[in-house]
Design a protein around this ligand. Sequence first.
Ligand SMILES: O=C(O)CCC(=O)C(=O)O
Ligand SMILES: [Fe+2]
Length: 203
Amino acid sequence: MTAHLASQPGVQRVPSPKLTLFVRRAFLDAETCTGLRAAVDATRRPSTVSDFNGDRAFRTSETGDLDPLDPLTIALDAQIAAFTGLDPTHGEPIQGQRYAVGQEFKPHTDYFEPLGVDFDRDCRIAGNRTWTVMVYLNEPEAGGATRFKAIDKIIQPETGKLLAWNNRRPDGSPNPASLHHGMKVRAGSKYVITKWFRERPWR
Ligand SMILES: O=C(O)CCC(=O)C(=O)O
Ligand SMILES: [Fe+2]
């Protein structure tokens, strides 16, 4: 899927030997983003983490599940599958995240730690996460960038901008260079959708 993604119109690959990361500006139009923000607002509640590390401020955002039967969700899923070439049967249901002023998701990886206490619960059926697809649904007035620390790259939120990265190394092992930080929103709010793909079918 790296070749498929790389060949999509408007896509840019962030130069790094350590991480496969693509950016596509204006993947979604403003109207679609507005509809998706409302869908996130309809179901949001405090976000959770796996392998709780004792830091209650580690992930302070809210999470909302998109309704899988909503035509907006169905269209978005199809658009992501066509764009990435990733097998939609391996995809988790799309989630939305909302960050208010001061909220963040501290540096983390999206794959589950093979030695973590929650690994069996999280990965027994579908396996670990492979790719992350994320789309910004708005632009906070200040803050809220996504920082990939290990490759020294900061991505600014922009309405409709997509990020897609591979959480694995070429040998299939989890890639620590995928470490990223959803930085604090300083003014306004920030909405994203996230779609994670797995090694095996989700259901
Ligand atoms: O909000 C961001 O910029 C990053 C979100 C994120 O890393 C996640 O939801 O796993
Ligand atoms: Fe993440």
